[in-house]
Design a protein around this ligand. Structure first.
Ligand code: SF4
Length: 683
């Protein structure tokens, strides 16, 4: 007979936060094809070069298939039993030496909701600490803090479906054409059909070429830019005073602050011409249904939370949030499940569903369901974990699927932190830079090999279904957390992912109406979804905001300069971000055919800077910051302005994050990846 018929599994892409629904066709436990699902709520039959083609990593010979344990300085294969006994001993020793807070965990925004739920339960119940965080700390923690402060909930204010009705798009600090390609394509399609487009980004990113106005603020000056726009909105009578009276607080304080941000002063602070600023305020202010979409160019700053709040001010002033007019303000989340990891309480101060660990009522709800006390003291954030490890107070660090040595800033200090721990456990697909420093490395299932749910960037729960069997002895993170708990003689309950989500709903009223069974029946469901009759609130705040008094909060936060500025020694600003063919540290995409589309990290340099520093296209360049040095390949690019360079961090061997600084958002500790002062020299 002919080849066996392919099996079809509908699941959710494990790369970016758009959350494309994909049909995975398999034959003999191998991927035959990945097709975009026409019923996908966001992608509607589309997918990008990552979700559709970058699955070759599954069969990579470098895939980890057995647990590894460090003996005499080398990682050697061992049985699961040996690995788990070693971990249990190490965790017990750490707690004996320094109490439960001597243990910390970094959960994974790549893992499912159920895995994140179980991981935070493990830390709180089995260890007795709130020391758990996830990589939202490195990207959209300022979005959570800023949006909660302004509106009451952590998440975009609208569904992406509403963008279809927007008549003006303000895209800030985001490059969706490369980083969220399906969203980028939908935005571009709208623009080509006549929707007005404003792009605010220092680089000429893909959408900028189609913009009515492209603002290019100097990196680190967003807050001044947004205040300049707010100043003009108010000065030109484009604010919705009736909305402000009815539904917002803080106007007098904001107006007082805005007197200091007339367009000419903002031009001096940001480099954005005053007439462009006025043009943008008029475009946004006169639109019937304006939309704000933003990315990490807003959040990854010393004052990232202020940036989110100053941007939210625009939507509030215009009355374009929580009303039929407008599409509010919506972050483009990076990782596939970074929204979900935070929703599930993999955060040091937050329980599942955003109850605070310091709130007795939220704690009591979790304690009732878990039958165990919840620690009251907020735990450490990721940068604090590294500092505590270097100081000797953190003994054991458990890392689920984050290559912190490659992706966290000031990489040399991160490596020092890991080396200072008596136990580092790492769950990984491949022997990442972080795994190479671990004491125990546990082989995990990929997103195509597991069961559960993700939450995408517009708060939709979607099903993740296993299309393949994990290789060798690899296990899901879900199974590993259970196994670690058993090794400590702790029963975490919720034996299956479906049971875990059901239990989460009992702890977190926001998600109480979501279940695997319902998602299988109905497809995606947005949160808040407090009961099974609720369809899910895709658009938020129609009646009232979720703040205690139901009113939105304007923020009068002054502009403050970034953590570091160029000087005579380090005269150029380095900005980092993503490119279209690869994903973050590249652990997966570099092991696929996408490597043929893009095979190296390179430094985008304006021709004027190349001439100034003696650099040539395609030749190596040494990039040096106050913390270290990396070697990249020069790419001449007119997307840059002189004095600024750009690179991705998809090839850890080039050491880009050795350069980046430990300056971090003053409110959330999100690193300032977007402003690093460097100098350039030909190799
Ligand atoms: Fe996957 Fe994002 Fe590409 Fe969609 S846009 S296929 S979610 S990487």
């Amino acid at each position: 007979g002919g080849p066996a018929a392919a099996e079809r599994t509908v699941t959710t892409c494990g790369y970016c936060g758009v959350g494309c629904s994909l049909e995975v066709l398999t034959r003999d436990d191998q991927v035959a094809a990945v097709l975009p699902d026409h019923n996908g709520p966001v992608n509607r039959g589309h997918a990008c070069v990552k979700g559709r083609f970058a699955h070759g990593f599954l069969g990579s010979p470098e895939r980890l298939t057995r647990p590894l344990l460090r003996r005499d300085g080398r990682l050697e294969p061992v049985t699961w039993k040996e690995a788990l006994e070693y971990i249990a001993r190490g965790l017990r020793d750490a707690v004996a030496a320094g109490g439960p807070d001597a243990v910390a965990a970094i959960s994974s925004a790549r893992a499912t909701n159920e895995e994140n739920y179980l991981a935070q339960k493990f830390m709180r119940v089995a260890i007795g600490t709130n020391n758990i965080d996830n990589c939202s700390r490195l990207c959209h923690a300022p979005s959570s803090a800023g949006l909660i402060a302004a509106f009451g909930l952590s998440g975009g204010t609208d569904t992406f479906d509403d963008v279809e009705t927007a008549d003006c798009l303000l895209v800030v600090g985001a490059n969706p054409v490369e980083a969220h390609p399906v969203v980028g394509a939908r935005l571009l399609q709208k623009v080509l059909r006549g929707t007005r487009l404003i792009v605010a980004d220092p680089r000429t990113v893909g959408l900028a070429r189609y913009a009515d106005v492209h603002l290019r603020p100097r990196p680190g000056t967003n807050v001044a830019l947004f205040h300049g726009l707010a100043h003009t909105l108010w000065a030109e009578g484009l604010a919705d005073e009736e909305f402000l009276r009815r539904r917002a607080d803080g106007l007098p304080e904001l107006l007082d602050l805005l007197t200091g941000y007339p367009p000419d002063r903002v031009e001096a602070l940001t480099g954005v011409p005053a007439e462009d600023l006025v043009a943008v305020a008029r475009l946004y202010g006169r639109a019937e249904r304006p939309a704000i979409i933003y990315g990490l160019g807003v959040t990854e700053h010393l004052h990232g939370t202020d940036g989110v709040r100053a941007l939210a001010n625009l939507a509030i002033l215009r009355g374009a949030v929580g009303t039929e007019r407008g599409f509010g303000i919506n972050p483009l989340r990076g990782q596939n499940n970074v929204q979900g990891a935070s929703d599930m309480g993999a955060l040091p101060d937050i329980l599942p569903g955003y109850g605070k660990v310091t709130d007795p009522l939220a704690r009591a709800r979790a304690e009732h369901v878990w039958g165990a006390p919840v620690p009251t003291r907020p735990g450490m954030r990721i940068p604090e974990m590294f500092a505590a490890a270097r100081a000797g107070t953190l003994k054991a660090l458990w890392i689920m699927g984050e290559d912190v040595c490659a992706t966290d800033p000031d990489g040399t200090r991160v490596a020092e932190a890991l080396d200072a721990c008596s136990l580092v456990v790492c769950q990984e697909l491949f022997l990442s830079q972080t795994a190479q420093r671990a004491h125990v490395v546990l082989p995990v299932a990929s997103w195509l090999e597991k069961d559960g749910t993700f939450v995408n960037f517009d708060r939709r729960f979607q099903r993740v279904r296993p299309a393949l069997t994990p290789p060798g002895e690899a296990k899901t993170d879900f199974a590993i957390v259970h196994a670690m708990a058993s090794a400590l003689d702790v029963d975490l309950g919720c034996r299956t992912p479906a049971e875990a989500l059901a239990e989460c709903g009992r702890v977190a009223p926001l998600f109480a109406g979501v279940s695997h069974e319902r998602l299988d029946r109905e497809g995606a469901v947005a949160w808040p979804c407090p009961d099974s009759d609720c369809p899910g609130e895709a658009k938020l705040y129609k009646e009232r905001f979720a703040t205690p008094d139901g009113r939105a909060k304007l923020a009068a936060c002054p502009y403050l300069p970034p953590g570091e500025s160029p000087d005579d020694h380090y005269p150029v600003i380095l900005v980092t971000g993503r490119r279209w063919a690869h994903y973050n540290s590249g652990g997966m995409t570099r092991r696929t055919d996408n490597i043929r589309l893009d095979g190296t990290d390179r430094l985008d340099v304006h021709p004027a800077d190349a001439a100034r520093y003696g650099l040539r296209d395609g030749h190596p360049v040494t990039v040096e910051s106050r913390r270290g040095r990396a070697t990249l390949t020069v790419k001449l690019s007119d997307e840059m302005v002189p004095g600024q360079v750009f690179c991705a961090f998809h090839f850890p061997s080039s050491g880009v994050n050795i350069l980046t600084s430990a300056h971090a958002d003053t409110i959330t500790s999100c690193p300032e990846y977007k402003v690093t002062a460097v100098r350039l020299a030909p190799v």
